[in-house]
Write a protein that binds this ligand. Structure first.
Ligand SMILES: *[C@@H]1O[C@H](CO)[C@@H](O)[C@H](O)[C@H]1NC(C)=O
Ligand SMILES: *[C@@H]1O[C@H](CO)[C@@H](O)[C@H](O)[C@H]1NC(C)=O
Ligand SMILES: *[C@@H]1O[C@H](CO)[C@@H](O)[C@H](O)[C@H]1NC(C)=O
Ligand SMILES: *[C@@H]1O[C@H](CO)[C@@H](O)[C@H](O)[C@H]1NC(C)=O
Ligand SMILES: *[C@@H]1O[C@H](CO)[C@@H](O)[C@H](O)[C@H]1NC(C)=O
Ligand SMILES: *[C@@H]1O[C@H](CO)[C@@H](O)[C@H](O)[C@H]1NC(C)=O
Ligand SMILES: *[C@@H]1O[C@H](CO)[C@@H](O)[C@H](O)[C@H]1NC(C)=O
Ligand SMILES: *[C@@H]1O[C@H](CO)[C@@H](O)[C@H](O)[C@H]1NC(C)=O
Ligand SMILES: [Fe+2]
Length: 263
C-alpha cells in the first residue's frame, strides 16, 4: 500500500464531495464497497417479455454484468484505498490520476460497466405492470414537469432521446441527465463511459435514465434492428423510478439511484 494511493483515495472522496456540493450520501446498507457484489434483480429475466426477451436479459445480467463486477474487483484487489469506495464514488475519479495508471482502463470499463448496468436494470419494469407512457400527462409530476420544461413535451423528448441512442456509433449509451443546476440534458457516451466520468461532454452531470445500445442488449431477438429495440425499451421504462431518480439527483442522495438496497 503506497502512501500516494492512500492520498489518492482521500482526493477521490473529497472530489466526490465537492462535485455533489454536499456531504456524500451514506453508503447503502448492502455490501456497497469491495468486493462489489451484484444484487438480485427485483423482477424475473422474462419480466419484460415480449418487448425484451428472457434470454437476452438473463445473459445480460448473469454473464455481461457479472463479468464487470468480477473484473473491477480483480483490478482493485491490490489497492485498499480504492476498495474503500462505492462504485458511485469511483465514477468522478475515473479519468483522473486518482486511479493507478496500470488499472485505469480496467476500472473505466468495468466500474463503468457496473454503474451503468445497475442503473439500466433498475429503471426497467415488468411489461405486465408497465405504464406504456405515450404522452407526458402519463408521467409522474416532477419528471413530467422537468421534461415539459426542457423539451416542450414527452413526444419531443422521446424523439430526441431515440435520435441520440441511434447516433451512438458502435457500443455505448444514451442518457437523460440532471446538470448541477438542475436542468435536464440528453447525452451519449462510448463503451462503458458515463457522464459522471471526467472527460464526458457535461462531465459531472447525473444520469437518471440510460439505455444500453451495445448489441448484447438486443441482438438475440432483434439482430441489427436497434430502432426496434429502442422503441420496445420505452414501453418498459419505469417512470416512477425515473421520477425518484430525478428527485434523488436534485436532492442530496444520488447514491440511491444505483442502490438496490430497498429493491
Ligand atoms: C427463461 O429462460 C430460462 C433459461 O433458458 C428458462 O429456464 C426459463 O424457463 C425461461 N422462462 C420463461 C418464462 O420463458
Ligand atoms: C498494478 O500494479 C500493482 C502494484 O502497484 C500490482 O499489484 C497489480 O498487479 C497491477 N495490476 C495490473 C493489472 O497490472
Ligand atoms: C403496452 O405496449 C406494448 C407494446 O405496444 C403492448 O404489447 C402491451 O400490451 C401494452 N400493455 C398495456 C398494459 O397496455
Ligand atoms: C395521455 O395519457 C393519459 C394517461 O394515461 C391518457 O388518459 C390520455 O388519453 C393520453 N392522451 C393521449 C392524447 O394519448
Ligand atoms: C406536460 O405538458 C403536457 C402538454 O404538452 C400536459 O398535458 C401535461 O400535463 C404536462 N405534464 C406535467 C407533469 O406537467
Ligand atoms: C431536440 O431535437 C431538436 C431537433 O433535433 C433540437 O432542435 C432540440 O434542440 C432538441 N432539444 C433538446 C432539449 O435537446
Ligand atoms: C409536442 O411538441 C411539438 C413541438 O412543439 C408539437 O409539434 C407536438 O404536437 C407536441 N405533441 C404533443 C403530444 O403535445
Ligand atoms: C444548466 O447547466 C447546463 C449544463 O452545464 C447548461 O447547458 C444550461 O444552460 C444551464 N441552465 C441554466 C438555466 O443555467
Ligand atoms: Fe450491457
Amino acid at each position: 500500500m503506497k502512501m500516494a494511493h492512500l492520498l489518492s483515495a482521500l482526493a477521490v472522496a473529497m472530489l466526490a464531495t465537492s462535485v455533489q456540493g454536499q456531504a456524500p450520501a451514506p453508503a447503502p446498507a448492502s455490501a456497497a464497497t469491495y468486493p462489489l457484489q451484484q444484487p438480485a434483480l427485483p423482477y424475473q429475466f422474462w419480466a419484460q417479455e415480449p418487448l425484451i426477451d428472457n434470454m437476452t436479459q438473463m445473459l445480460h445480467w448473469t454473464k455481461h454484468t457479472a463479468t464487470y463486477f468480477e473484473n473491477v474487483n480483480k483490478a482493485i484487489k491490490p489497492f485498499p484505498a480504492l476498495q474503500a469506495l462505492t462504485v458511485e464514488q469511483m465514477m468522478p475519479a475515473i479519468g483522473t490520476e486518482s486511479i493507478p495508471m496500470n488499472i485505469s482502463k480496467a476500472v473505466r470499463n468495468n466500474a463503468g460497466g457496473v454503474y451503468n448496468h445497475l442503473l439500466f436494470f433498475k429503471i426497467l419494469m415488468p411489461a405486465t405492470a408497465q405504464s406504456n407512457a405515450t404522452n407526458n400527462s402519463a408521467l409522474p409530476a416532477n419528471i413530467g414537469q422537468a421534461i415539459n420544461q426542457t423539451f416542450g413535451n414527452y413526444t419531443v423528448f422521446k424523439k430526441n432521446f431515440t435520435e441520440a441512442a441511434l447516433s451512438v456509433f458502435g457500443s455505448g449509451w444514451a442518457w437523460l441527465t440532471v446538470a448541477k443546476n438542475g436542468s435536464l440534458a440528453i447525452e451519449t457516451t462510448p463503451n462503458q463511459d458515463n457522464p459522471l466520468m471526467v472527460g464526458a461532454k457535461y462531465s459531472g452531470s447525473q444520469p437518471i435514465l440510460g439505455i444500453d445500445v451495445w448489441e448484447h442488449a438486443y441482438y438475440l431477438k432483434r439482430q441489427n434492428r436497434r430502432p426496434e429495440y429502442i422503441e420496445a425499451w420505452f414501453y418498459v421504462v419505469n417512470w416512477p423510478q425515473i421520477d425518484a431518480n430525478y428527485m434523488a439527483a436534485t436532492g442530496s442522495n444520488a447514491a440511491a439511484i444505483t442502490s438496490y438496497a430497498s429493491a
